[in-house]
Design a binder for this molecule. Sequence first.
Ligand code: HEM
Length: 485
Amino acid sequence: MEKLENVKAGAIDSVVFILDFQASIASGHLVHETKRFHDKYGPIVRLAPNELSFISPSAWQDIYGHRKRGHKEMTKNPIWAQPSPNGAFSLINCKEEDHARMWKPFVPAFSMRALKAQEEIIQGYVSMLMEKLKSRATSGDVVVDIKDYYNWTTFDIIGDLGFGEPFDCLQNEQYHQWVSFLFGHLIAGALLASVNFYPWIFKALLALVPKSAHQAALAHHAMSCDKAKRRMNLRTDRKDIFSHVLALNDEKGLTLPELEATAAIIILAGSESTSTMLTGTTNSLMRNPEKLSKLTDEVRSSFRKESNITLDALEQLTYLRAVFQEAFRLLPPVPTQIPRIVPPEGDTICGHFIPGNTFVGLPQYAAYRSTENFIHPSSFLPERWLPSDSPLFVPSSSDPAFDKTTFLNDNKGVVPPFSVGPRNCIGFNLAYAEMRLVLSRLLWNMDLEFPDTCGRKDDRLVFEEQKTYALWEREPFRAKLFWVR
Ligand code: HEM
């Protein structure tokens, strides 16, 4: 690491440093600490003795991008990319040499063409969401925990689209037992990774990981295997995700244990990150009522009937697009660094030669909120994503002042929330489809505001203060609904 001696550490003394880093992972505050270090020390910081963090736009290509001739891929960090309880790797954490073989059968299932065929199913769940919220809003029981409704919707959609069976969360307005295992699984993953850093004391540290976290991870895996097996035995001509995969998979594709491990990832990735994004976006809008009303106006003036709100039609809504871009920037659903390792011979990142086997990553939360990359980084300003001659490019009364030149130097290229390169997100079309349909139909039908606190402690959710274990751990988000139709 001699060439990196001028890279500042998050903490100076090495023992304190290690403990600090592990404690940040285990306590769910690594994301906040990483941002603090970058704010203090600049665009490259040392997070742990062998771990560097970068927040400049070129780090995306240098760490995650397709390789140029003569450069090896920066591989997934095995501390985080562990096999499933059945010993197999899933698509998301498999080794680079296995990736193309495992990825190919999934590609058609996530294409735009497949998505068009799936729109009716997604719309069906969004209609059920509207019915449930309407019945709450019109029955006097108007304060809801909106993150639950989002989570139920995305979980039901991935159950149905992925495996041909919904989980009936929306129908019953209740969590399926599985959802509680999902977050337990993530916490277990983060805690296990934090102890994996120190293999020589792994066994002793392993004892500190709560039994409930291990059990949640095992239960999530067992249920996913069961779901995948049931889907494989189901005779149906529905065009769900597994129909494409099963049609293409052969002896050169995924093994059964790999398919089961990937089923577990699809359920987790396909539900948690999209509902997190919807929760974060709604929270940002409610905390900025003028932006909320600007988006509501765009949605209501664009559609005469709710049935006109289709994926094709939503493509035309410029403010909706800008709102999601800004919400991705302010509250990225994957806020931590996505961990990679520099190949043994070393390589260059952001103009610096980095020695082989160094752990590296770009933490989205720290990068997107840095003054190195954005002006007014903590403000929710969808306008920064609009052309300055757009009629919507007008500040709200509570915005910091801006004009046509204000955002010209923003590093917008630093925000690819689904990552880049060969391991980027396969589900981004599906995620965008769900986000657009849910938020636009919600705003078409109802007004939202924070409930009165009636003198009690202010319990309005501040999304970014929540803990993270790879994804955000979501706290209650109470919203008051007014049905306007
Ligand atoms: C807002 C929603 C979402 C965000 C922000 C997101 C973000 C990401 C990111 C950053 C990665 C790269 C991870 C890495 O390199 O280690 C990834 C990979 C992946 N995501 Fe998503 N995701 C979202 C929704 C979805 C959905 C809806 C699905 C599927 C139903 C999905 C399935 C996957 C899979 C299977 C991978 C691994 C791809 C591979 O390695 O080839 N994601 N996602």
